[in-house]
Write a protein of this length. Structure first.
Length: 340
């Protein structure tokens, strides 16, 4: 008799009147909103402008969803193409099926576009995003619980997951790999936050640490899963993917620490250099005042120059000579009258 286990929901859809609320989509949306809140706080703490992360997310989120779906459809193409399959199901994202590798890869392209439009560099934004992305994954994995998918091998552990009978699955108790990965992602987020504060990670190294740590957990969790997957040399495809990406992340960490130690002091130049437009406006007012003062001085100088022109000086001299002649005549006139 099983004394304890994790029950699975009887349905993955809740109907709010005519509106269906799917557990898979709900888990992803909750993760996105929490991630946006976290990354915005981290970005502002690094000296960025509030609201910048939302502007970038407008590009990153759609790209990430498309990338995640593409990776899933490409690596599990037999579920949607071939005899007896309906390719239209490839667009039914609410039924599950997002590959984190594709989501991060194409989401990074969207984030790069958003960063360029804001005039900021991608690495500091990626560092702010790293723990937020791990938390979003932790919430998103609960979508697998609603859909009763991606569970592990059979087990009798107290935290075993109850799976009901359904298409391509047998009823029983299995390892709750969705829960393992959810908890692992929360641990990765805590690790990145601690390391970022302790070592002041910059230039994309916090994001690289997140990638490396997640890949370690994903590797051992893949060994527990029993869902169909492609194998290469006896290993599941996702194990190979995790190993390759882990290696690249570690190499980037080492090279980046050597070539660009420390952390960026300015992450959003337009915002920090002038602290908004106030400084620019003040500089403009000072320049205008200086130009006005210079113009006034020029006018005064021109007036002084006019008074010193040769024509004006000659006129003044001629007037003085005329007055002296008149004064000279007056004494002579007076003497003649006295002699007569």
């Amino acid at each position: 008799m099983d004394l304890a286990y994790i029950p699975s929901p009887s349905t993955g859809v809740l109907h709010l009147g005519p509106l269906p609320l799917r557990g898979y989509a709900f888990s992803i949306l909750v993760g996105l909103f929490v991630a946006l809140w976290i990354v915005n706080r981290r970005w502002v703490a690094r000296g960025g402008k509030p609201g910048t992360t939302t502007d970038i997310a407008v590009w990153a989120v759609p790209f990430g969803l498309v990338g995640g779906r593409l990776y899933h459809v490409i690596t599990d193409y037999e579920l949607y193409f071939g005899e007896g399959r309906d390719w239209v199901n490839a667009f039914k994202i609410w039924e599950g099926g997002l590959g984190i590798w594709g989501a991060v890869a194409l989401g990074a392209v969207g984030a790069w576009i958003g960063c360029r439009r804001r005039g900021i560099a991608l690495p500091p934004y990626a560092d702010a995003l790293a723990p937020a992305l791990a938390v979003a994954q932790a919430f998103g994995r609960w979508g697998n619980w609603f859909n009763q998918e991606l569970y592990g091998k059979r087990t009798d552990l107290p935290w075993a997951l109850e799976i009901s009978a359904g298409p391509n699955r047998e009823a029983g108790l299995y390892h709750p790999t969705f829960l393992y990965e959810s908890l692992w992602c929360l641990g990765v987020a805590a690790l990145v936050v601690w390391a970022d504060r302790r070592f002041r990670l910059g230039h994309g190294r916090a994001f690289a640490l997140y990638v490396a740590a997640y890949c370690v957990g994903r590797s051992w969790i893949e060994y527990l899963r029993v869902d169909d997957a492609h194998h290469i040399l006896g290993l599941r495809l996702n194990v190979w993917t995790a190993a390759i990406i882990f290696t690249l992340a570690v190499v980037y960490l080492v090279i980046s620490a050597i070539k660009r130690p420390g952390r960026e002091e300015i992450v959003e130049p337009e915002w920090q250099n002038g602290e908004g437009k106030a400084a620019d406006d003040a500089d403009g007012a000072d320049s205008a005042a200086a130009e006005s003062a210079a113009a006034t001085d020029d006018s005064a100088d021109e007036g002084s120059k006019d008074s010193k022109k040769p024509g004006a000086a000659e006129s003044a001299d001629e007037g003085d000579e005329g007055k002296e002649a008149d004064l000279a005549k007056e004494p002579l006139s007076g003497t003649a009258k006295e002699g007569s």
